[in-house]
Design a binder for this molecule. Sequence first.
Ligand code: ACO
Length: 402
Amino acid sequence: VIDIRKLYAETGHFTFDPGYTSTGSCESKITYIDGDAGVLLYRGIPIEELAEHSDFPETCYLLLNGELPTAAQKTKFERDITMHTMVHEQLATFYRGFRRDAHPMAVMCGVVGALSAFYHDSTDIHDPEQRKIASYRLIAKMPTIAAMAYKYSVGQPFMYPKNSLKYAENFLHMCFAVPCEEYVVSPTLAKAMDRIFVLHADHEQNASTSTVRLAGSSGANPFACIAAGIASLWGPAHGGANEAVLKMLDEIGHKSRIPEFVRRAKDKNDTFRLMGFGHRVYKNFDPRAKVMRQTCYEVLNELGVHDDRLELAMELEKLALEDDYFVEKKLYPNVDFYSGIILKAMGFPVSMFTALFAVARTVGWVSQWNEMIEDEGQKIGRPRQLYTGTDRRPYVPLTARG
Ligand code: ACO
């Protein structure tokens, strides 16, 4: 047995950092977070400015290329993406193999992974052109794949993408239009959807992005790497939190029960946590949560929807932020705290929330994957471990095992 503690003592070359709380895994020029100050920049530009002035395709271009596009570059980029929005007809048959009540994230893990069996012309990761096509395919097809997962779950026919529509608009069309009726996407909802996509587009080395990088570091197929990212995103401690927030608000049910849940969240013998609170990096308000809260008001106002959950969420936020436990541990609402309320008002079932996150995060995943492959110093990701098992011992034959 190699005693890694001894190795460390002798060489000083071993770092034990479960959860990577203080280990940088790569260099990156894409996204910057200052968790203490509550700052998030995509390629140097504050998220608040992008949420207000940019749109998702432009943000994708920025993340992928490092600069905002000129008008001509933006038009070309949107056209290039639009060319790839359809999925192979054969891919539709995959859906029929799933139960109708399958979770959309389960379906997406399978279907996105299956893309690797369709696009053999974009898998030479050392060819920048092939990487570009793989990236465009993923960004373009993810809304189609997520919308198909939704349509399949409700038993409606799949809607083809309508390429005269903008990215977020087209996604809403594929989710909510039906062949027998005219459907016009509400500009308010399209704007809100687009903004949600911008807010979720990248977030440096979070669990799913690190998963994509780790999978990709072995030279694996890009579509399979993104499927791995989707699997990681699904967990309730990561992208699945927006779904968990809504379930928690429903469970709380009434303002009068909030103190009971806050008490439970502080109780170390109780596994309950306030979902949508806390973040590994932000020890201040998540800047995306502020934009999301504002968007939430706007969407509910415009739609004339009254949702008790918004009042409940605001009261919960207020009580938690006044509580010593949350103050001391610097637990603030994160991006997922308000997004579920907006998505629910838009008509999405709770199970689709994380799938929408995956649609938005795809550009972050592919940008980081491209950056990793371009980095000549990047090695295969291979963490070490601290072995705590038994020492070397002889094999005991079955007959001698008592
Ligand atoms: N409710 C109650 N207590 C909490 C919460 C919470 N939501 N989050 C953290 N804590 C407490 C922990 O119990 C721990 O207490 P201790 O020091 O007494 O042991 C302390 O705060 C630090 O928490 P960790 O779990 O060590 O922090 P970590 O950085 O590992 O986890 C995480 C961050 C996973 C986001 C955590 O805050 C959490 O589970 N939050 C709820 C789920 C959630 O909202 N996830 C979405 C994250 S954002 C995203 O992925 C888009």
